[in-house]
Design a binder for this molecule. Structure first.
Ligand SMILES: [Zn+2]
Length: 312
């Protein structure tokens, strides 16, 4: 075995992590690298040439290290500035780009989520800043897409939340009520999950019609709200599992995939975030959906998030 080079740590083959903190630090060692990355991704793939909106053609741009507060590159033809952070979630933040990237790395590399308190400690920022960063990452970068599913899909409803830790053990008061949540998952594919006002048919069906392509096979439990699925104009092939009769799997008729997702999400929220208010539930659901949807590749998880950050 070759001697270990402590300056170049390498990952053990048995590690299931495909993108370690060391990999991250090598790729993004400082603020400058992060800024350069955004510049190349957003404007200049070669780091030099970008389309100048004023010259209306490709021009060489230069970065002048001045005291300017907004980082920009300048057109060598006309002097026009391209502001690299304009329109991104980083634009109005005084937190360094490196810390933002690190926060994104942390949020994509944990299995169950990371609390704002933990982010505060890891990043060395205030709690308020840590909370705001996590909030923006969840609600902007991790926002769920609207790509339709073409089955077989499973759908199910559940309730998230409950007792608030701020209000003792009585469980009474605002913010303590359990929130109904609706989820659809394509077997082997992505999940879509959203808080809903109720689990009535009139609330759930529009989500199904929007997300699930006609003629798909849909598996659900026996909740009455799903009755209309079998004779909808979309021609869904609706199969139900009878949980009330203690039947959980019958051939390929089951809702185990979505139930597995519920258990990950609920355990995570209970363990990491404790109480989640109705107002912020969508963000947390986005985060768990994101992790699930990108589950096949830890490496891709971070880079997909980073790519989102450059196009928003
Ligand atoms: Zn120009």
């Amino acid at each position: 075995m070759p001697p270990v080079n402590r300056n170049q740590p390498i990952r053990a083959n048995s590690s299931d992590s495909e993108y370690t903190l060391m990999d991250f630090m090598r790729e993004f060692p400082d603020d400058k690298t992060c800024l350069e990355h955004l510049w190349r991704e957003r404007f200049a793939p070669d780091g030099k040439t970008a389309d100048c909106p004023k010259c209306r053609k490709a021009r060489e741009f230069k970065r002048y290290e001045t005291a300017q507060s907004r980082p920009s590159w300048t057109c060598t033809g006309c002097g026009h500035h391209l502001h690299v952070l304009a329109g991104t979630i980083f634009e109005k933040s005084s937190t360094s780009l490196h810390l933002w990237f690190y926060a994104m790395y942390l949020m994509t590399s944990t299995r169950c989520g990371i609390s704002a308190k933990q982010l505060e400690r890891e990043l060395g920022v205030t709690y308020k800043t840590a909370w705001r960063m996590a909030h923006l990452i969840r609600n902007k970068l991790m926002a769920q897409d609207t790509e339709p599913m073409d089955g077989p899909v499973e759908m199910d409803e559940t309730y998230v939340g409950g007792r608030s830790r701020y209000r003792g053990t009585s469980g009474k008061g605002r913010g303590t009520k359990k929130q109904p949540v609706f989820g659809i998952v394509q077997r082997g594919g992505k999940v879509f999950v959203t808080p809903v006002a109720s689990v009535q048919s009139a609330t759930l069906l529009p989500h199904v019609i929007e997300r699930v392509l006609p003629a798909s096979t849909i598996y659900s439990d026996e909740l009455n709200s799903y009755d209309a699925l079998g004779h909808s104009p979309q021609g869904y092939n609706h199969r139900r599992i009878h949980h009330r009769e203690k039947v959980y799997v019958s051939g390929d008729i089951h809702t185990n995939t979505i139930e597995g997702f519920w258990s990950l999400t609920k355990n995570g929220i209970r363990g990491v975030y404790h109480a989640v208010s109705k107002k912020h539930l969508q963000g947390y659901l986005n985060e768990y959906a994101w992790r699930y949807n990108e589950r096949h590749s830890p490496r891709a998880k971070f880079s997909t998030l980073l790519r989102r950050a450059t196009v928003l």
